[in-house]
Write a protein that binds this ligand. Structure first.
Ligand code: HEM
Length: 201
C-alpha cells in the first residue's frame, strides 16, 4: 500500500484511517487467492460470489442509512452492478447466492465515512488484480472481470475526489475514532464472511 503523498496533503482522518487499518489490509491481502497457484475459474467464481454477498448487503445498508452523508453520490459509486454483471457473464445464478448478515454497524456520519473509505480504497488494487485475472483466466470487463477495475482509467480521479470529500468532513477526534473503528470493522466483517464462504487461503 504505497502512501506517497506528503503528510501535509493528507487529512487527519485519512492519516488515522490508514494507520488504523494497515495491518488488517496486509493480513487480508495475504489470504485472498488472486495470486495463488490454486486459482482457477471455479475458485474465482466462488470468490466473486462471496464478494457479491457482502457488497450487495453493505451497499444496501448504506443506501438506507439515515447517517448516509450528503454530498456523496453513492449510486454512482455502487460496485454491486459490476459484480452482478460479472457473475451473469460467468453463468452464476445470483438468486441463490448467500448474503452476509454480519455487517459493520452504521451509527453516525463518521461510521459511514469509515465504511466508504474501505469500499473506495479497495478499488486501488484493482488494476493489479485485473491484470492478474486477465493473464491467468483470460477474463476482461466484458466476460467476468468488470468489478476488479470498476472505475477503469478513472480510478485515480475517483480516489482523489473521495479523499477531498473525506478531508472536507468536519470530524473531531471522537468522530475520527468512530470512522477508524467502522473501517476496521468493515475489514474484519469482510474477512470473516469470506472465511465462512471458504474462499480464503
Ligand atoms: C490481493 C488483494 C489486494 C491487493 C493486491 C491490494 C492492493 C492495494 C494497493 C496496491 C493499494 C494502494 C494503491 C495506491 O496507493 O495507489 C491498496 C489500497 C487500499 N486497499 Fe487494497 N488490495 C487488495 C485487497 C483489498 C481489499 C479486499 C480491501 C477492502 C475490502 C482493500 C482496501 C484498500 C484500502 C482501504 C486502500 C486505501 C489505502 C490508502 O491509501 O489509504 N484492499 N490496495
Amino acid at each position: 500500500m504505497p502512501q506517497d503523498q506528503p503528510l501535509s496533503a493528507v487529512s487527519p482522518v485519512l492519516h488515522e484511517l490508514r494507520a488504523g487499518t494497515h495491518t488488517r489490509h496486509v493480513a487480508l491481502e495475504k489470504r485472498l487467492p488472486f495470486f495463488s497457484d490454486t486459482l482457477d475459474l471455479e475458485c474465482y467464481k466462488r470468490l466473486m460470489s462471496a464478494y457479491y454477498g457482502f457488497y450487495h448487503e453493505l451497499e444496501n445498508r448504506l443506501q438506507h442509512s439515515p447517517w448516509m452523508t450528503h454530498g456523496f453520490d453513492l449510486h454512482a459509486r455502487f460496485k454491486t452492478p459490476a459484480l452482478r454483471q460479472d457473475l451473469q457473464a460467468l453463468g452464476v445464478r445470483i438468486q441463490s447466492l448467500a448474503l452476509c448478515a454480519a455487517l459493520p454497524v452504521l451509527h453516525s456520519p463518521a461510521s459511514v465515512l469509515g465504511v466508504l473509505y474501505v469500499l473506495e480504497g479497495a478499488t486501488l488494487g484493482g488494476n493489479v488484480l485485473r491484470k492478474q485475472i486477465s493473464e491467468r483466466l483470460g477474463l476482461d470487463a466484458h466476460n467476468g472481470c468488470a468489478f476488479l477495475y470498476v472505475y477503469g482509467a478513472d480510478t485515480g480521479r475517483q480516489w482523489k475526489a473521495f479523499m477531498d470529500f473525506l478531508g472536507s468532513a468536519p470530524l473531531d477526534a471522537q468522530a475520527r475514532g468512530e470512522a477508524v473503528q467502522a473501517a476496521c470493522s468493515t475489514f474484519s466483517c469482510f474477512e470473516q464472511w469470506l472465511e465462512r464462504q471458504e474462499v480464503l487461503l
